[in-house]
Design a binder for this molecule. Structure first.
Ligand SMILES: [Zn+2]
Length: 180
């Protein structure tokens, strides 16, 4: 025996935090995709713009370039992208911590059970981070919609029918429409 009773030997939390950290990683990768699309949007609007900006400044630069009518048309999408950027920054900078409680067995001994998980100092679990990931996915989709709107608005509308990305998205939406 090494003195310390199991009750005081609390788990590191790495095991229980693993799935949250995995989802966090996927969400951050998804956010990078949105950032890349924002850079493409900015290139359409202003070929001389600095496209090495981070997502936040990229979005601000895009907003500045859009006319009032386009801003109005895409205000919801731009808000989703903004919210996703904010969440992404929290996901990057905050760490996952798991808190445990000691549960005694009636037969003697016991075990540590995870009772709370935190991201930074917010009480968040896997379901919450899955929602963050869904938000990132939605932001990427919305950014692509804006990109294609801008790309096709000055060309023959029929051209969009031959745009491989647009066609792909329509198929994806069709497949996803059953899920909700
Ligand atoms: Zn397109």
């Amino acid at each position: 025996m090494t003195g310390l009773s199991p009750e005081y030997d609390e788990p590191s939390g790495h095991w229980d935090a693993a799935e949250m950290n995995r989802l966090r990683g996927v969400a951050i990768v998804q956010a990078a995709e949105t950032e890349a699309v924002l850079a493409q949007i900015l290139r359409i609007l202003d070929p001389s713009a600095d496209r090495t900006l981070m997502a936040g400044p990229l979005l601000r630069a895009v907003r500045k370039q859009l006319d009032a009518q386009t801003l109005d048309r895409w205000s919801q999408a731009l808000d989703v992208i903004k919210e996703a950027i904010n969440r992404r920054n929290r996901l990057v900078h905050d760490t996952v911590q798991v808190g445990y409680s000691w549960r005694e067995y009636a037969t003697g001994g016991g075990e540590h059970v995870p009772v709370i998980s935190l991201l930074g100092n917010e009480d968040r679990d896997e379901v919450d981070i899955q929602k963050d990931l869904n938000l990132q996915r939605r932001a990427t989709r919305d950014a692509i919609e804006v990109l294609h709107y801008l790309r096709h608005r000055k060309t023959d509308p029929a051209a969009a029918r031959y745009c491989e990305v647009c066609i792909q998205e329509q198929e994806d939406d069709h497949h996803a429409s059953g899920g909700g």
